[in-house]
Design a protein around this ligand. Structure first.
Ligand code: PMV
Length: 297
């Protein structure tokens, strides 16, 4: 019996998380961690459900399970800002749309965004777009219906690492809602922070096109961390870790929604001395992952 496999990568936001929800740009990259959905057709098909235009994730999952033995394997750590839910949404959307022919990436991405919305409340769409298209992406939500996306024609190898600061107690939905509440109370402050984050995202772009030095980029990453802390999405536990990472010569930021009361998910770290960073992680008993950027969608 044939087995079909569909896989989608996780992602890291290099710059622009949270700001991207309000129409600011984000630079995002697919990573070499993937979720794979395997479908093996059951011998007795029981297709009683109709194929809907805008199904929920639960509907798709139930639909697939009626007709296939479904197996999911993922090496994307969950709830850590690496897009595990988006990779799942993209895989589900691909499987479902493939029942009616060969879907385009745009169709897959549109459905994955609908699935993400039912989980995250008001996501920007950056996660599902990165997991659908892969590579390095410049993304901006102009309007609820208009998401601009540009795939950067770049294969630059950027050495970076992920360090688990602890799974956040809050969900992405909670963190998006928290920032929205705070912003409502102090719009001026939030506008200033988001404007500065935009300028860092543009520094990243300049780095990708070899227009600024690595030193400039690493300073911008540190500044990004401070701005994310000012947004309130970095927990005291993660803040203490950042201070230590900076002390041993690294630059780091959260990647994704963050977390405020316990862990803040994965920290994205840049450090020229891999051994030094590995020793640091071992001493702290924290899981470290070397990660490759710019992976395929
Ligand atoms: O789902 P996460 O943790 O990777 O966060 C997504 C990035 C946010 O900007 C916080 C939300 C969004 O939808 O853009």
């Amino acid at each position: 019996m044939t087995t079909h496999s569909i896989s989608a990568p996780g992602k890291v936001i290099l710059s622009g998380e949270h700001a991207v929800v309000y129409g600011y740009p984000a630079l995002v990259s697919a990573v070499n961690m993937r979720l794979t959905l395997s479908l093996k057709a059951k011998s007795s098909k029981k297709t009683t459900k109709p194929i809907l235009k805008m199904p929920t994730a639960e509907y798709i999952s139930a639909y697939l399970k009626q007709n296939y033995a479904v197996n999911i394997h993922s090496d994307i750590p969950r709830g850590s800002g690496l897009g595990s839910s988006a990779a799942y949404a993209v895989s589900l959307a691909t499987a479902y749309l493939s029942l009616r022919g060969k879907p385009t990436k745009k169709h897959i991405n549109d459905l994955a965004f609908q699935l993400e919305k039912s989980h995250h409340g008001n996501p920007s769409g950056v996660d599902n777009t990165a997991c659908t298209y892969g590579g390095y992406l410049w993304f901006r939500k102009e309007h609820q219906q208009i998401h601009l996306m540009h795939q950067l024609p770049i294969t630059k190898k950027i050495q970076c690492f992920l360090l688990q600061s602890g799974q956040p107690k809050e969900t992405t939905k909670d963190m998006i809602a928290y920032v929205a509440e705070q912003r409502k109370m102090n719009p001026e402050k939030y506008k200033k922070i988001f404007d500065k984050i935009e300028s860092i995202t543009k520094t990243w772009l300049a780095y990708m096109f070899d227009e600024v030095s690595r030193h400039t980029l690493l300073e911008a990453v540190r500044e990004n961390h401070r701005l994310l802390s000012a947004l309130g999405v970095v927990s005291p536990k993660a803040s203490a870790l950042f201070a230590e990472i900076e002390k041993i010569g690294g630059s780091a930021k959260i990647t994704g929604a963050g977390g405020k009361s316990d862990g803040s998910g994965m920290l994205l770290i840049f450090h020229d001395d891999k051994e030094k960073l590995t020793k640091f992680a071992q001493k702290k008993k924290l899981k470290m992952y070397p990660v490759q950027l710019g992976e395929r969608g």
